[in-house]
Design a protein around this ligand. Sequence first.
Ligand code: ADP
Length: 234
Amino acid sequence: MRVDFVANAGHELRTPLAILIGSIETLQGPAANDVEAQQRFLGMMHAQSSRMSRLIDDLLSLSQIEMNEHSRPSAKLEITSLLRGVTDLIRPKAQDLGKTLVLDIPEKNIFVMGEKDQIFQVFTNLIDNAVKYSGNHTSVTISINVVGREVLISVTDQGDGIPKEHLARLTERFYRVDQNRSRDVGGTGLGLAIVKHIVSRHRGRLDINSVVGKGSTFKVGLPFMDIETADCPN
Ligand code: ADP
């Protein structure tokens, strides 16, 4: 698996690098005096180097998560404000794409056991995917339910949906339902692998439900710690 992973990572980096090298050669040669072509190639170089940068960030994240995968987080984390933070971060991008983020969460403090940066990354990846893989003028809803000793957080979109046969493999590294679509929306193919590792470190679970043409729900279960209503903090 390790050998496959290194080969896949190498392959993923080689494609944008080849485009960068080709563009530099064109700028040095045929486009040396063509200002319009230069702008076009510089735009392409920017897009490809950003793609490499995202890929390297995700690879480093994965290796960091794997390094402490066996140490279970014990900190108390308030999940509703964290979700508000993630949605505030993604909302401008969603709005640019004509999508609405709906936060259906209670006015209470709900505490889970979790490491803030990692849980932030989980919901950034899930909400960002929901925005990326859904059509214009649709909404993405984030909701919370406390069931027994578990806090269930759902991210539901009205997007493409995912055919059944892909569901079991979605969290594999570099697995994509549609390679071109993932590339077009700036995907690295590592987002859900990162989510899976973080959730498993937290002794949580990830459930994926999807209906083609209707949309998908990604549900994360995290260990529940405590609940506080706004007017009764103890
Ligand atoms: P990527 O960087 O390609 O988005 P991810 O690991 O985050 O990689 O997701 C893997 C694949 O799962 C995506 O390429 C896409 O095909 C599919 N996918 C993830 N989230 C959704 C979603 N909300 N709706 C439809 N397809 C999705």
